[in-house]
Design a protein around this ligand. Structure first.
Ligand SMILES: Cc1cc2nc3c(=O)[nH]c(=O)nc-3n(C[C@H](O)[C@H](O)[C@H](O)COP(=O)(O)OP(=O)(O)OC[C@H]3O[C@@H](n4cnc5c(N)ncnc54)[C@H](O)[C@@H]3O)c2cc1C
Length: 413
């Protein structure tokens, strides 16, 4: 559907409807406007959510109730196709709604972060009926997804994975183990990459499936991370039955499905530049921290602060250029790779800066607002260099796919 951006943005009907939906349900955000040192959420700098399981369950219920109401009011997926429950409007309308929503205290939607990653994959590769069932659910909050790619012996070298799917009539029987599966402990569906062709090694023998995470044979065991929380899991798949209708793409097309998924994920990571806490990406919270420490006139501190803020601003610019190119119908290879690397590099820059600024206050909680909370940022930052393909592997991809350099040596399989 061709959408007239100007018409949509000046559409008072939408704007008023969105505002009245928000005002009816949520309070105006008190943290709106400039950050006031000592006020508001001290822990907003954490990179990963690490609540205890009971708190997480309660937060999920609240987030789901809000998401359902938002979807049922026609505001849950403004730029989605009408036939799948979207409003058929433009990405600009979606951004406008997000800006309005940011003015209110709304529940975190981080539980549902795979909605925009899995949807294009399902619409492109899944049986249309299966896609229809799940896409609507992903946006309404009825369905939460996870990615079952990595295995204990296959992370960067994903093509060597060993989880097997064997066809029995019109049902696949899946056996194996996945690891580092974010959100599996509350996910309803998982996109699993499995080996289906025993005669073919490497990437050609792989197929993707949509697995019902609630069925017998799926066992999810939490992993404890350095930040203290548990957002990753080991997932054991034992005799798990997957109807052939839930195959995503053709037999042997799993590698392509996984690569497309990771590409979308890397773009989404780049777009989520604000990740790393309110005011980190725009420098506001870092400036406030420097002031609170009385270091605003220290020339070295000022220089390093400027470096971090400039790096985040440059990243935002890259993001705007990428979005504009995408709107113009371009599908650049380099952008998702650069977006991922830029974010992880910027978080490292910010992490080193706050580590030098705060020193022991990062390790011991003195009760001082806005100091020990950065511990979660600094401990969480290394994960960003690993997820969605490690930085080293992304460098290889840039070398080979963007710059056309000779292939890196691969492990012998
Ligand atoms: C926050 C986070 C969330 C995640 N969520 C998920 C998820 O939801 N689902 C999922 O399936 N997985 C998930 N993962 C797993 C992630 O995709 C893997 O950890 C990642 O692909 C790396 O694999 P590995 O841990 O086996 O490391 P390895 O592949 O063993 O790599 C070890 C080191 O060797 C380097 N290396 C490996 N090969 C090369 C090469 N060819 N050239 C240069 N260097 C190389 C790597 O860069 C790395 O530094 C997540 C990871 C993190 C940190």
């Amino acid at each position: 559907m061709k959408v007239d951006d100007e018409r949509v943005l000046s559409d008072d009907g939408l704007e008023n409807r969105a505002l009245s939906f928000l005002a009816d349900r949520r309070r105006r955000s008190r943290t709106q406007g400039a950050l006031v040192w000592g006020e508001g959420d001290d822990g907003a700098v954490a990179i990963w959510d690490d609540p205890d399981p009971d708190v997480e369950r309660a937060e999920l219920d609240v987030a789901r109730t809000y998401r359902r109401a938002r979807f049922d009011a026609g505001l849950g997926w403004l730029d989605g196709p009408v036939e799948h429950g979207g409003a058929g409007l433009s990405a600009a309308s979606q951004r406008r709604f997000a800006a309005l929503e940011a003015q209110f205290d709304t529940p975190s939607q981080a539980f549902f972060k795979l909605d925009r990653v899995l949807t294009p994959i399902l619409l492109r590769y899944a049986d249309p009926e299966i896609a229809r069932q799940h896409v609507r659910g992903l946006f309404r909050g009825d369905v939460i997804g996870c990615e079952l790619f990595s295995e204990p012996g296959a992370g960067s070298d994903l093509a060597s994975l060993t989880t097997k799917a064997v066809l029995d009539g019109d049902t696949w029987i899946v056996d194996g183990q996945k690891v580092w599966t974010s959100d599996a402990h509350y996910a309803d569906i998982g996109l699993a990459l499995c080996r289906t062709e025993s005669q073919v090694s490497g990437r050609k023998g792989l197929t993707a499936f949509l697995v019902d995470m609630r069925q017998p044979g799926v066992e999810v065991r939490p992993l404890r991370q350095i930040t203290g929380g548990s957002s990753f899991n080991e997932v054991f798949l034992t005799g798990v039955r997957v109807p052939d209708s839930h195959r995503i793409g053709a037999r042997g097309q799993g590698w392509e499905v996984a690569q497309e998924t990771l590409k979308i994920e890397r773009t989404a990571i780049g777009v989520g530049m604000g990740r790393g806490g309110a005011g980190v990406a725009n420098g506001e919270r870092l400036v406030a921290l420097v002031r609170s420490l009385g270091l605003e006139n220290d020339p070295i501190v000022r220089q390093r602060l400027a470096e971090v803020v400039m790096a985040f601003r440059a990243a935002k610019h890259l993001q705007h250029v990428t979005s504009a190119r995408r709107r113009a119908g371009d599908n650049p290879t380099a952008s998702p790779l650069l977006a991922k690397l830029t974010l992880s590099n910027n978080l490292r820059l910010a992490s080193r800066f706050v580590t030098d600024l705060l020193g022991p206050r990062l390790a011991a909680d003195t009760g001082e607002w806005g100091t020990f909370a950065w511990n979660q940022f600094v401990l969480g930052e290394p994960g960003m260099h690993i997820m969605a393909g490690t930085d080293e592997v992304v460098h290889n991809m840039i070398g080979e796919q963007v710059l056309g350099l000779p292939r890196e040596p691969r492990p012998q399989s």
